[in-house]
Structures are given as structure tokens and as C-alpha cells.
Design a protein around this ligand. Structure first.
Ligand code: UD1
Ligand code: CA
Length: 454
């Protein structure tokens, strides 16, 4: 959207979280609250985003994953108006300035875009979002005149008993005309119960300067839910989870038990995929069509093709081809590229490896730092011995190799095309094409041994 910028307030301490970590970095489904707000601001068309940081400013700056945001420092927390003053250089007189909080992660881009539309069509100096709540304790109250027009906001601590009965509260989300914001900030004072510079006072100042000010009552109060404690963090996470899960179900994904399915907001899932209970699917994970995931699986930043069965297993930062089956109890660690129609069976760990199409690792194996070709059979107990105590080395296993049970391939080593490795071998030298390699002690039989021992 042209001429729209966002300021996100995130300087407060959030002491009720009882945490070493700044409040806005606490995560919902593997993404920090402030990152949700930044993405939403950008998603609804903000051309630039400035985050006001203060408490543990460096940690907040480093913790934000979203790119292309600028920061303003509010060294001392002297109120929401003061926080916006600290972003003074960012305020553009020719733009509308959206003000958001870093601890209100449920706000949606659609809602913000509609607000901007109303704000612009009606020519407001400022538009604030209000909400009617059962318990308004602690919030700023929206004061209206007899005709129902906005007059001002009174903070809870400054409100009289009568004013405290008002249940229309300030959510803290605003669209300001840039020039009106700048002018009103210049006139703010801190003559109030908390000795703070209240951003809320800007609204009355703008009204008095002859501009239109409107409080728009939110349709969906959930969107403006602010997180101050771990209990509220869990409540927000539940709302976010339901929203995301609903979207996938509407897109044609079956969630057998949506209550116990945790999908991150950036995850993509194809049609007719079934997610069984207890799955955590996060980061930039992409799942194809007709897959069956779970129960109890974790996928982080992993790409799955179509028709994959991924049972009770974990995969991190890897790629898994179509019609491959994984698990139960497999562990796929970062940087694996696993082909199509591969079997990674039970108690198999794969790390930093390439596995070609049609290869089978049915059970109890460790495949690390390995380049494995197509149609290989890794027997039970195949171990790629990749670590010499100081360095990691690679193992190469070419197409069609048969690795017998309980085999160690001591890297660096190559097994060429079509060869067989006898069960129980410890291979330390390269194996040529189409041979049988045996590297184990020969069996001896001692006749009469038992008789002698008697
Ligand atoms: C503010 C509003 C109140 C509204 C409520 C909604 C003011 C004066 N009051 O209350 O009308 O009902 O939000 O939640 O604006 N922050 C800073 N620097 C500061 C102070 C706050 O960055 O100096 C940030 C906080 O990190 C937080 C947000 O601003 O993200 C709101 O601060 P908080 O103290 O929770 O709100 P109140 O001032 O109590
Ligand atoms: Ca406060």
C-alpha cells in the first residue's frame, strides 16, 4: 500500500513473563510474537517497518528473524507516546503511520488493511481500534459524547469510578496521519497518574486541532489479544493454532485431531495429505499431496514430495522425495537429500547424506556424511564410520551395492557399483565394482573342544 508505514512498540519489559528473554521474543508455534507482527504489517502493505526497542534492546534486535526492519531505541520506558517520539525520524508526514504492539501477535493483515481503508476514505487524523470486553480493568477507556462520537481515551489509572464502568477499551492499534502524529507528539506532556507520555493523549490533541478522530469497534476481539504472561502466551498460541489448522483443512488437508496438531504459519501442505495426532510441523516445511504424517512426528524446515509416509519420526532441514517411507523412529538430521521410493526404516539415523532413488535402509543403521546411490540395500546394523575423533570423512556407496548386516564402512572409503559387502565386515579400503568384499576373521571350528573341557 502506498504511503503506509508501521511502528511496532517493543521496548517494554514484560516482567510478568518471568523470563530472561524479552517478552516479544517468546514464541508461538516456533515464531516470535514480534515476527508475527512485523510480517502482518508488511503483509497488509506497510512499505517500511520500524521496531522501537528498549528493554534488552540488543537481544530483541538479534532475535528478530524478519528482514528489512529498522530500529529506534527508547533507552528509558517513559510511556507509549515517548516510545513513538523515539521513532520520530521514521515518521513520514506524507504517509499514514500504523502503530502496533510487538506483544499482540494475533492481528491480521485483512483487518489492518480494512482499517487503513476506512481511515483514508473518511479522512481521519487518526483511527483507533477499540473493543468491547467483559472485564476492562487495566485498559484505557474510550470516552464518547452523548452523540456517540469519540472524545478521548482515559487510562485506567487516571479514570474515575464512573469512567471505569465503560467497557469499550483501547486496543492500542492506530492508524495516524503522519503529520497529525508528529504535531500531536510535540504537544504531549506527562501530567498523569503514571507520569508517562501517553500516546492515547495524541488522539484528543488531534481532535482539538480540528481533525476527525474515530474509534472503530473490532469485530474479532481475539485479534487484539495482548500477551503479558505465559498463561496468555498459551491462550494466544491456541487461537493461532486453530486459525492455521482451519486454513489447512479448508485447503483439503485432513487433520485427524486438530487440537493436537501444531503447524507453523509458513508451512505448506498439499491436498489429501493426512496428519495424524501429535505432529509438530514447523519453519519452512513444505509437504506434498497424499502424504501420511504421524502420529507423533516432527518436521522442521523439511521438504517432502508426494505420497510420503512419515511415521513417528523427526526430520530437520532436509529433503525427502516422493513415495518414500520414513520410520517409525527414524531421525533425519540436517542436510539430507533423500530420493524417491526410498525406505528409511525403524531406528535409522541419517545425517548430511544423499540417498538415491529406491535405496533401502530398513532398520537399525547410521548413515552419516554419505553419498549413497540408487537401489542400494543397507542391511541391519550398517554403520558409516565417519568420525576419526578429530575430523568427519565421507563414505561413497555406488548404485546397486548390497551392504550386508552389521557392516562398518570406515570413511573415507568408496564401494563401487554393484558390489556385495559380506555381513560383519569392517571395510577400510575402497571396494571395486561387482565384487564380494569380506573383511572379517575366518570362522574356525575346534573339534573335540567340548569333550576335553568336561
Ligand atoms: C496501553 C494504552 C491503553 C490500552 C493498552 C492496550 C497508553 C498510554 N495506554 O496501555 O489505552 O488500553 O495499551 O494494551 O498507550 N511500550 C514501549 N515503551 C514504553 C511503554 C510501552 O515500547 O515506554 C510498549 C510495550 O512494550 C507494549 C506496548 O507499548 O508492547 C503497550 O504497553 P503497555 O504498558 O502494555 O500498555 P499500557 O501503557 O498499560
Ligand atoms: Ca503499562
Amino acid at each position: 500500500m502506498k504511503n503506509l508505514k508501521a511502528i511496532i512498540l517493543a521496548a517494554g519489559e514484560g516482567s510478568r513473563m518471568k523470563s530472561k528473554k524479552p517478552k516479544v521474543l517468546h514464541e508461538i508455534l516456533n515464531k516470535s510474537m514480534v515476527d508475527y507482527v512485523i510480517e502482518t504489517a508488511k503483509g497488509c502493505g506497510a512499505e517500511e517497518v520500524c521496531v522501537v526497542v528498549g528493554h534488552k534492546a540488543e537481544m530483541v534486535k538479534e532475535g528478530i528473524k524478519a528482514e528489512g526492519v529498522s530500529f529506534a531505541l527508547q533507552a528509558e520506558q517513559k510511556g507509549t507516546g515517548h516510545a513513538v517520539m523515539m521513532a520520530g525520524d521514521f515518521i513520514d508526514e506524507n504517509s499514514d503511520m500504523m502503530i502496533l504492539y510487538g506483544d499482540t501477535p494475533l492481528i491480521t493483515g485483512e483487518t489492518l488493511a480494512k482499517l487503513v481503508e476506512v481511515h483514508r476514505e473518511e479522512g481521519h487524523g487518526v483511527t483507533v481500534v477499540s473493543s468491547k470486553v467483559a472485564d476492562p480493568t487495566g485498559y484505557g477507556r474510550i470516552m464518547r459524547n452523548d452523540a456517540g462520537s469519540f472524545m478521548r481515551i482515559v487510562e485506567h489509572k487516571d479514570a474515575s469510578d464512573v469512567e471505569r464502568l465503560i467497557n469499550e477499551i483501547n486496543t492500542g492499534i492506530y492508524i495516524f496521519n503522519g503529520k497529525d502524529l508528529k504535531d500531536s507528539l510535540g504537544k504531549l506532556n506527562n501530567n498523569n497518574a503514571q507520569g508517562e507520555y501517553y500516546l492515547t493523549d495524541c488522539l484528543e490533541l488531534i481532535l482539538k486541532a480540528g481533525k476527525k478522530v474515530e474509534a472503530v469497534i473490532a469485530k474479532d476481539a481475539d485479534e487484539f489479544f495482548g500477551v503479558n504472561s505465559r498463561v496468555q502466551l498459551a491462550e494466544a498460541a491456541k487461537i493461532m493454532k486453530n486459525r492455521i489448522n482451519r486454513k489447512h483443512m479448508e485447503n483439503g488437508v485432513t487433520l485427524v485431531d486438530p487440537e493436537n496438531t501444531y503447524i507453523g504459519s509458513d508451512v505448506v501442505i498439499g491436498r489429501d495429505t493426512v496428519i495424524l495426532p501429535g505432529c509438530v510441523i514447523e519453519g519452512k516445511t513444505v509437504i506434498g499431496e497424499d502424504c501420511e504424517i504421524g502420529p507423533n512426528s516432527r518436521l522442521t524446515d523439511t521438504k517432502l514430495g508426494d505420497g510420503v509416509t512419515f511415521q513417528s519420526s523427526t526430520a530437520i532441514e532436509s529433503e525427502i522425495g516422493s513415495e518414500t517411507t520414513v520410520g517409525p523412529f527414524a531421525y533425519i538430521r540436517p542436510n539430507c537429500h533423500i530420493g524417491n521410493k526410498v525406505k528409511v526404516g525403524d531406528f535409522v539415523e541419517v545425517k548430511n547424506s544423499n540417498i538415491g532413488d529406491g535405496t533401502k535402509i530398513p532398520h537399525l543403521a547410521y548413515i552419516g556424511d554419505t553419498d549413497a546411490g540408487e537401489k542400494i540395500n543397507f542391511g541391519c546394523g550398517s554403520i558409516m564410520v565417519n568420525y576419526d575423533g578429530k575430523k568427519k570423512h565421507r563414505t561413497v556407496v555406488e548404485d546397486g551395492v548390497f551392504v550386508g548386516c552389521n557392516v562398518n564402512l570406515v570413511a573415507p572409503v568408496t564401494v563401487k557399483k554393484g558390489s556385495y559387502i559380506a555381513a560383519g565386515s569392517t571395510i577400510t579400503k575402497d571396494v571395486p565394482e561387482e565384487v564380494l568384499a569380506v573383511a572379517r576373521a575366518k570362522q574356525t571350528v575346534i573339534e573335540g573342544w567340548v569333550e576335553k573341557r568336561k
